[in-house]
Design a protein around this ligand. Sequence first.
Ligand code: FE
Length: 217
Amino acid sequence: MSDHGHDHDDHKHDNHFEPIEARVRALETILTEKGLIDPAAIDVIVDTYQNKVGPRNGAAVVAKAWTEPDYAAWLVNDATAAIESLDFMGRQGEHMRAVFNTPEVHNVVVCTLCSCYPWPVLGLPPVWYKSPPYRSRVVAEPRAVLSEFGLELPAETAIKVWDSTAELRYLVIPMRPAGTDGMSVEELAKLVSRDSMIGTAEASGPAVSAASGGASK
Ligand code: FE
């Protein structure tokens, strides 16, 4: 039980949650039996962060930025207010900054100290985001780490690593994929994965199924 996903291979898989879930369930049972927690309250919290806040919120922000230049400019100047205007607000999202990918600069987000993450727009952080190898290596060798995620950037693209803090959380605005001119905001949002808003992936092209994670054409 000491091994729950800090190997590099786990970056590409999210199928190593079961042992953790079992431990969480066991802990919840013990705490409930001792009268220390109310499982209904836990369910509300879990539902909130799994269903109400989550990466679809961030994807809506990105798709709006792609289609409305005024909104993109607002994100640049005051991301907190621009995001709150869509009713995405709350804990760990009080102070937001949006960083825009360009052909010249690719942005990637980490919290080197712990696991600071913009909950209202991305939900709960993936396990790898909290892992010590990601937190240390993405700063020291970002290009190698992104390559392990399957993201090969052109050599001329600079990589900028942003270190989240309790005071400031970052949302990466990936580049709008080519071939998406006629798409609606809703269709565009489906191209925006969680990882593309952390910076460990790009937005999917229109021919790739959003659910596949871009593994194949
Ligand atoms: Fe942190």
